[in-house]
Design a binder for this molecule. Sequence first.
Ligand code: DC
Length: 224
Amino acid sequence: MSTACTIPVIAIDGPSASGKGTVAALVARELGFHYLDSGAIYRVTAYAAMDKGVALDDEPALVALSRVLDLRFDGAEVYLDGQPVGDAIRTEAAGRAASQIAALPDLRAALLELQRAFRKAPGLVTDGRDMGSVVFPDARLKVFLTATAEERAKRRYKQLIEKGFDASLPALVQDLRERDARDANRSAAPLRLEAGAHLLETTDMTITHAVNQVIGWYREAGQG
Ligand code: DC
C-alpha cells in the first residue's frame, strides 16, 4: 500500500488517436519507466466479449468476464489467453466496441485493480481517460494531449494503411467526432481536461517535441 504511493506516475489523457499512446511509450522508454496502455485493456475486454458472445451492453456478464481475463502485455504486444491480439484490438470495430463498454461504471470499477497493478518501480507512464482523475489521482504529472479531429484522422489513417487495413479519411473524421462526443458526454469518467493537467496541443508538433515537453514538465515538477 504505502510503497505504491511513492512510485511516480505520469498520466497522459486525451481524445482517441491523439498520439497519446506513442508519446507515453516514448516518455516511458526515455525515463526507463513502465508503460500501461489502458485503452488496450478496454479494447481487449471488448474483443474478448465479442469473441465469447457476451453482449456489449450486458454489464454483469462483462464484469464477470473482466475478472477472468487472461491478459498479458509484452512490449507493444498484447496476449489474450496466450494468443497475440495486438492487431485485432486496433481495428476501428474494436475501438468502437471499447468505447461502448468503457461507458459502463461497474465495468470501469472492476478494471481498477488490474490497472493499478502496473504501478511498479522506478515509475509508470500511462495513457487513458481516467488515469489522472480516478486510477492514479496522485500522479506526479498529468497531461492532456490533443490535436484537431482532422489531424488525428490523418494520423490514424496513416497507421491503418501502414498496417495493411482499409481506411477512408472522411469516415475516420466522422467516427472520431462521434467517439469524442460519446466519450465527452458519458457520465462515467468523461473525456475532459482535468484541473491540474497540462494541456499539450500537438496538431503542428512533432512527436519528439511532444515527448520532450512532457519530460520537461516532469523535471520541472522536481523529479529530474
Ligand atoms: O485510447 P483508445 O482509443 O485505445 O481507447 C479505446 C476506448 O476506450 C476509447 O473509446 C476510450 C476508452 N478508454 C477509457 O474509457 N478509459 C481509459 N482509461 C482508456 C480508454
